[in-house]
Design a protein around this ligand. Sequence first.
Ligand code: URA
Length: 440
Amino acid sequence: MIMYNVIDKKKKGGELTRDEIEYFVNGYVNGDIPDYQVSALLMAIYYKGMSDTELLNLTDIMAKSGDMADLSGIDGIKVDKHSTGGVGDKTTIAVAPIVAACGGKVAKMSGRGLGFTGGTIDKLESIPGFKTSIQKEEFFNIVNTTGLSVIGQSDKIAPADKKLYALRDVTATVDSIPLIAASIMSKKLAAGSDKIVLDVTTGTGAFMKNIDDAITLAQKMVAIGEGAGRNTVAYITNMDVPLGIATGNNIEIIEAIETLNGNGPDDFTEICMNFSAAMLNLVGKGNMDECISMAGKAIKDKSALGKLAEMVRMQSGDDRYIYNTSLFEKAPYSYKWISGSDMYIMQMDTEECGKTAVMLGAGREVKDSEIDFTAGIKFYKKTGDYVKTGDIIAELYSSSKEKLDKASKYIKNAYKTGSREPEKQKTIIAYITRDSVIKY
Ligand code: URA
């Protein structure tokens, strides 16, 4: 086979065969096909798209480029969740304990921050002692004992995605529906869970800027999951505003803990209740209404909080932090952005909010940057809120005075204000199954 011909076929809108897809994916992973040819093919895919058959083949080949995790050592049905990325997304940290408290099994591999979006693993590592890299036997034992464990994704899971993602990142081919679908679902299929709940974000802080594209992406991912024998559903959620109030690392852990104590922000609580219910529903714990009340009960009786503490303890973390969040280290420098007038927050650019958090030290500006666990932002006022003179709009935190000064100016680019009350924002926009799209 000749790579030139594969690129040329896709450039003309042709359908690649499984052999051709296998040839370019495996050839790229092995180093036989150079970056420049794969870049050209990715751009051709970006413009010409992929048929459903091509997409299923690409996902399957990428999933099988490394280890396919066998979770049969964990009793019961395993359920996973995955977000296409966002700002302030600490959902796993609250949802996994709720599901475990209701009898579900969550054996989850999560990622680190990517660009302006945060990563669950970085957030969890802000709990002193917490280990995100453990042996398989220990991972299984923790899930069998507590019902949940969250660890860093092994390099052996879908290595083709790792290489292709890095190339897409520098060739402006990330925001392609088939490439995102194959990237995420290859990792989910390789990670081994039986059931999957997807969170497809849309808005200024998401890859999918509009709702129709988000629905198409969700439908494609649901079809891939179902085609591979894993029941999959998806939510479309609003990333036109950061999720919850806190964006950072230890401040997001604190917000997840507050939510498990029943004191979380409304938008984040709504997401947690719905995702937990969908995960419980998939593993057969009841209908959606029953599962929502089960999730509510696990928060009310503190059993979900207890599950988080158990996981933290079993992964060598200090569980006193879960019951006493004042123990978490605080940033030495902070800045309160105070409103100088009465106005509405008309719009937020969530990507700019995420970039400000990275600038403060909460994410990585370069690959090897060290994370400042105390850095981040609290968005006290978000789109739709009325702000009075003297109100705090946002508070920024950092261990670096220099970074704080720079970010304190930058954050103002992320907000548009005005005198008219803007339309109310929904948190959950739609729910997608194999056969239906339910708009909220
Ligand atoms: N997250 C992924 O894992 N892959 C993508 O392509 C986009 C978001």
